[in-house]
Design a protein around this ligand. Structure first.
Ligand SMILES: [Zn+2]
Length: 465
């Protein structure tokens, strides 16, 4: 019940905030926009201009909420793929007009069966641009602004301008990064989060016939990292193993992918494309050579493709259900007219239809949202490799390529960094050294940067015996 009360509290403060801003719009003497013909928003008005059994306890019917949606409420949609197309269509038809969309991908022929804002002539063009153009031309008055970019290329000032952010991503890393960004925007006063600094995050995800939709009030309700253990553990291989002592076919594929590809540049200075059969073939052949060197069996083309590219099947109907649930939550929160989902919905249409909702709980020592210092417990004889393994394999951390730095004798020292080739080579020998040999002491602070978060995570090293 505590969670629910908190949610209600935030809702109340949001109600005040939103009512104030929409009142301003009305006081400004806006007389409506030319493209709003008679009856255009009747379907939305039914929810906002009369009360009902499910309206929010503090809800008062008025015409202001609709004006707020049409004129003031700024929504950010992350991803313009399967979920993104559905989300943009749903939001635009629900009265949202100030919508931004971020997507770094271009349109592929295989997208067209479900990403219905795209046509064969659009193949190769940025998804964000095409989706924005389509919605803007089809829904009069709607102003979708596209950003053909990575979410990591946009800064705090950009994200801060939105009332609500809705994610339709297929990448857990991007989702975690977005979660971290919204947590970094929070202001605290006496350890209590300032509700006006909260930007609600609605997160949708699908995988085949399974999907989920969730409402996150950063700093108030369970965040993505609080529930990280719900995601299946990722398979990650230590660099030492890949580079010098492979045992599994996967190690050989990773060797070809991570070490040989950037070195040999078989197709010029381009990154490996999991959709390009020639690229996969090249990695497959190199991995086979490596495997025979070490008498390892089991490297196949199919396995190579599976390791290089995590293949996620896409089902149009699952996307439609999840996007509809997410858009509904955006509508409920933006208008404060209805009680939002509290806070996690699962959907499954593998065998018939199944839906279930539960309240995911905050994790007391969440690395992202708890403000509790993170501890790392190792004996001083442990090797840095073990720390790295822990950071990547621990179910509640699941980092991807952590860069570990610390301060030794007043100087910043990089213990290990994987993402820059020269530094990786220089720091690789550290992996096989013990914490003691590296000069680390009990209580030492380790700063860990990773692609899963925009902020560095601080860990305190505790030596155990
Ligand atoms: Zn959290």
């Amino acid at each position: 019940m505590l969670g629910r009360n908190r949610l209600a509290e935030v809702q109340r403060s949001k109600v005040q905030f939103i009512v104030v801003s929409s009142r301003m719009a009305v006081d400004g003497g806006h007389a409506g926009i030319g493209c709003d013909w008679d009856g255009r928003w009747n379907h939305v008005r039914k929810f906002l201009e009369r009360t009902g059994p499910f309206t929010h306890p503090d809800f008062e019917p008025s015409t202001e909420s609709l004006q707020f949606l049409l004129e003031k409420c700024k929504i950010l949609v992350i991803g313009a793929g399967g979920l993104g197309c559905e989300l943009l269509k749903n939001l635009a038809l629900s009265g949202f007009r100030l919508i931004h969309v971020v997507d770094m991908d271009t349109i592929d022929l295989s997208n067209l069966n479900r990403q219905f804002l795209f046509r064969p002539k659009d193949v190769g063009r940025p998804k964000a641009d095409v989706a924005a153009d389509f919605v803007n031309s089809r829904v009069p008055g709607c102003r979708v602004v596209p950003h053909f970019k990575k979410i990591q290329d946009l800064d705090e000032a950009f994200y801060r301008q939105f009332h609500i952010i809705v994610c339709g991503l297929d990448s857990i890393i991007a989702r975690r990064w977005m979660n971290g960004m919204l947590i970094s925007l929070l202001n605290y006063e006496d350890e209590v989060v300032d509700p006006t600094s909260i930007i609600p995050l609605i997160d949708g995800g699908t995988e085949g016939f399974k999907g989920n939709a969730r409402v996150i009030l950063p700093g108030m309700t369970a965040c993505i990292e609080c529930t990280l253990e719900l995601y299946p553990p990722q398979v990650n291989f230590p660099m030492c193993t890949i580079a010098s002592m492979p045992r599994l076919p996967e190690h050989c594929i990773e060797y070809a992918r991570i070490l040989q590809w950037p070195k040999e540049k078989p197709f010029g200075d381009i990154s490996l494309d999991g959709d390009n059969p020639e690229h996969i073939q090249w990695v497959f052949e190199r991995a086979q050579e490596r495997a025979s060197e070490f008498s390892i069996t089991g490297v196949t083309y199919r396995l190579t493709q599976g390791v290089v590219k995590r293949i996620i099947p896409a089902v149009a109907s699952t996307n439609a259900v999840i996007a509809a649930a997410c858009a509904t939550e955006v509508f409920k929160i933006a208008t404060s007219a209805y009680v939002p989902l509290n806070n996690y919905l699962v959907f499954n249409d593998v065998d018939g239809l199944y839906t279930y909702m539960f309240e995911a709980e905050r994790k007391k020592n969440c690395a992202a949202c708890s403000q509790v210092p993170q501890n790392l417990q190792f004996p001083s004889s442990a090797k840095l490799q073990e720390v790295l393994k822990y950071l990547t394999e621990n179910a509640s951390l699941q980092m991807k390529s952590p860069a570990i730095t610390t301060t030794l004798e007043g100087k910043n020292k990089t213990l290990y960094l994987q993402s820059v080739k020269a530094i990786e080579e220089r720091t690789r020998p550290n992996l096989c050294k013990t914490l003691k040999e590296l000069g680390l002491s009990d209580g030492q602070e380790l700063a860990v940067a990773d692609i899963t978060t925009p902020q560095t995570v601080l860990f305190k090293l505790n030596f155990i015996t």
